[in-house]
Each structure stands twice: as C-alpha cells, then as structure tokens.
Write a protein of this length. Sequence first.
Length: 667
Amino acid sequence: MDPCQRGTHHAGSRAFDLASCKAGRLPIFLGALLLFTVAGRARAADLPSTRELSELSLEQLANLEITSVSKRPQRLADAPASVFVITADDIRRAGATTLPEALRLAPNLQVSQVSATGYDIRARGFNNTSANKLLVLIDGRSVYSPLFSGVFWDVQDVVLEDVDRIEVISGPGGTLWGVNAVNGVINVVTRSAADTQGALIAAGGGNREFHDVARYGGSLGANGRYRVYGTYSDLAHTSTASGGQIEDGAYKSQAGFRADWKGATHEAMIQGNAYHGLIGQPEPGSISISGLSLALEPIPVSGVNATARWTRRLEGGSEWTLQAYLDRTERTVRPTFADKQDIADVQFQHALHWSSHSLVWGGEYRYGEDRVTNGEVFAFLPAKVDQRWGSVFAQDEATLRPDLRLIVGARVEHNDYTGSEFLPNARLAWKPGPGHLLWTAASRTVRAPSRLDRDAFVPAQPPFLLAGGPDVKSEVARVYEIGYRGQPWDSVSYSITGYHSDFDHLHTQEIDPSRTFLVFSGKMEGSSDGVEMWASWQVARAWRLMAGYTAQHETFRLEPGSNDATAVATEGRDPAYTWLARSSMNLTPGCDLDLTVRGVSQLSDPAVAGYATADVRIGWRPSRNVELSVVGRNLVGGGHGEFTSETTRTEIGRSYYVGVRWDFAGR
C-alpha cells in the first residue's frame, strides 16, 4: 500500500522522496500549475513587494487594531491586558509551516511538542496533553472540543500566508469569551478575501515534513471578493532519544473558501473548510489494560465547518454583529473509541457609544451532538449525548477622565453539567503620558467539566476500574493582574505583567471508599504567581531585535478528603521559566536573515531536562512575487524532549526545510 495512504512513513527514507507520496501530492501540484498559469498574466513590475505590505514599524504595531481584549477594535497600545500580536510578517520570517509552530513566536505562550503532530499549548501553566484552560478561535469559530475541553492541534490548519494576525492574550477572558478562557485566549484572524486576490502557490519540504498550498482569489460583482484554496501536508515519523521509531507520521489534505462583501453600512463574510487525514498514534507498541493487549492503529480524522458573519454599522459609531457556524468533526482512535461531533453556534453582539461610555453586550447559544462508538478498553457512557450552552454578557468602558478608563463586565453562562456560571471582571487603565499604559485587573473565570471529566469509564463494561466523575465541579480561577506597556522612544517598546491566581476544585482522581474503583473529582486547590515580559528594539531601519521572558511559581494542595497522592505533582509539569529572543535583519533589499533562540527550564513530572535551541531562516526574493527560503530548526544541541515520559517521548532534533512561494496579487 502507498505510504501516504497508510500514514506510516519511515523518516530515514523520506528526505525529498516525492515519488513515495505522489498520489497524495498530485492534486495540489496540478492546482498549483493551473494557478501559476492564470497568475502568469500579471505584470510583476506593477506589483507591490511583500515587504511594503507586511512590515510594520514599532509605532505602527502600537497602532495595530485588535479585537480580542474588548470585542471591538482598539489600538494594541490601549489594550489593558497581557496581549501579544503575531503579525503576518513574523510568521513569514520565522519560516513557520504549522499553526502550533507559529504560536512559538508568542513569548506569553508555552508550546511543547509531544509527537509529530501533537502539541501542548498553554499560557500560565497547567501543562498536560489536554491543555484545557486555553480558548482558541479561528475567525471567530471556537475550536475547543467539548469531548475534553481542549484543542486537537493535529487538525487545526490555516493557510499561514492568509493570516492577518494572531492575537494572544495570557490571562482570563471569560467575560467576553465564556468558560474555558481561564488562562488565555488565542484568536487567529485571517485576511479578508479582498486582500488575497490573485494567485498564490507555496511548496516546500525537508527531512521531517512536506507542505503544499494553492490559493486563488477573484471578484464577486462590484462589492464582493472570494478566495479558494487547497493544502496538503505530510509529516515523517519521529523517534525516541534511544533511536526507537514512534509510529506518529501523518498526512492531511484540506480545502476551503472565503467570500467577503463590503458596503457603505454593512459587511458580510462566509467561509468554509473541509479536511481529511490519517495520523499515527504517538505511543509505540501496544497497550495493555485489565489483561487485554491491543495494538494501536493510525487515527483517521475528518471534518467540515462553515462560518457566516454579518456586521451592520449604525449611526453614532455603533454596530451590531450576527455570527453563526456549523462544525462537524470525526476521529477514530482504534481500539479505544470513535467520535462524531456536530456543533451549531449562534452569536449576537451589539456595540454602542454614548457620552463617556462604550458598551458591548450580546449572547450566544450553542448546541452539540456527540456520538461515540466505544471499544472494549475505554468508554464514554452514555455513548450519545446532546449538550446545550447558553450565555449573555455585557461590558462597559467608562472614560473617567481623559487619561483614566474603568472597564467592568460580566457573563452568565449555562451548561448541562454545573448549571449557570458567573464570570465577572473589572479593569482600570491609566495613561500617564503618550505611549505609556498602566493597568490592573481582577477576574473570576471557570473551566466547566467536559465529557472526559464526567463520562469516562475503564473498561467499557462493569466491573469498572474507573467510573467517571459524577461529582466533578467547575474548576474556578480568581486572577489578579497588573501590567505596564510603554514605548519610551520610537525605537523601543516593551510590556511587563505580573499576576496572582487562586484555583479551586482542580482535577483529581480519587478512590471511592465504598467501592473498589476510581472516580474523577475536583479536590485540589492551588495558586500561581508569575511575570511575563517582552520588548522590541529597532536597532536600525533594517534590523529589529525582540526578547521575551516568563517565570512562574505554582503551589497545589489537596483538599480534605482527597486520597490522590499524585495530584500535587502537577506543579512539576510546568517550567519555572521560559525565554525567547529573535533577530530580524534585511541583509539586502531582497535578502532576509532571521534568527530565533529560545530556552525552557527543566520539568520534574515527568522528568524533562531543560533545553536551549536556535532556528535560522534565510529568505531571498529574486523578484517581487517570488520568494525562496531555507530554514534550519533546533540547530543547537543534539536533540531534546519537551514533554511526556522519556521512554516514549519524541526526541526533537535538527531539521531543515526549503520552501518557495509565488504570490501574484490581483489588482
């Protein structure tokens, strides 16, 4: 069978072995050839350069409009939160090929790779493979799974060339975004179809991966624009530090579209995506539970989603927005379970201004159908569940005086497991002078139980060793923050945030004293103190430096009645500190040199050594619409692990990637 169809590749024989995957890659290359032919009619001399369109000065970055902090456009420099923006140019110059790798650019995130496709991405700790305290949005569509309140990063794919920005908020966002936005919010915002006209072809590969992208954009009447795209990715197996191969290679194809219409008083958007792939399970060998040994098999994944949004501008600067999306996902994890999930979501938001107040209010209703086919070893019981979530929120920003703003808001959200949750927050922002912002905030937010918390059973039939979590409560966080953002000179900007968080009802696994099995519960509490800081320095017109640092200290305590002796070891899963530094230099008008170095301190549960490594990218533009790049990753050290047990974890070693991009913008 063709290796691309099996999804079980052998890394040692795959460096630029196009023939082994030609069946899967052929549609992309044919599409690329067609787009190249159509786009070839464009006159290169009439096109603006990538640099002219994407590079921003520090002053322009401060004026960049973001929406995640207040659910309305505001300048980054005025946002009273710990927010970092990854720009399109950051992604291009880093040579990132996947969304998780692009997120490594945010100094207020911790990103750990656990397999060829698996990542643990979190803010402010709670490192585990579910990473269930971070809300992730792609163009307004939440991609967290109600199955476990986390994100399946192996299927989150966007055309990185079409990303406008990624807004990364560390800290609670429950008032505006709902439960699960406990430690942060990631909002991926792609460009309007009007900004992606013409054709784009991007292809590349190396010793670990291949990626192909083809996209074309055109007009829809006088006020409409559209784009269509297709992508294909092929990832090699990884190996352990001892050299043993991990059967986690994967391939995935995806296609989609976006259309935008813009009038004098309204804007409309509709987009859709569909994907299909096969992902190797990261554990090697077999599993054995209750005397039953079963071999692990590759995981088929597929999904389709559609999002529509309509915005109407009103008199006085007010506007309202109506958004709806449908999301269907399928995942078959043999031999444990198969899951089919359908989600329908509708949101309404109204932003209005009067006197010295700016109010945003709205509501959301979500309905989900989850259909699980259970195996013999593990089960979700009941297998079929319908879930409903409903919420209303409001937040007011009052200008107390020209240099002082007070922001107060709250959300009430209802779920089927714990009923109604109250999510308030208050923020105070003071501008002591131009280019400076001092802010402080207090928030309460929660992580509501998921099906994994309540409905997980092992084995699938009684007698059970694990019998769900009938009494699991919402995990509660009370967070206090103080931050400062400033640009004292045109060439320097920086941000620093300190925080303290108190947590109740954290996840534990208890022995039921009246029976012989385990149950999930929430009998742990804790606290976390930390600092996040980053700065940028425009050394010269053609050279910029950026550095970031995070440090945190966690303490966890069992509540009376708990018998989970291993729960407090959770604090050993988070690094005491992380650091990041980047240099972006234009060697010549057509040649870039980018260097990224980063480091993470050691972990104790499981034991993972601290590491430091470096990535280098060289980019060359022989013409305005063609760019060639060579990327070397993890060049320092012989290799390192980032999470999970040493005997099974992926050893991340040196890799290279060579890419080419043709961008024929339409005008």
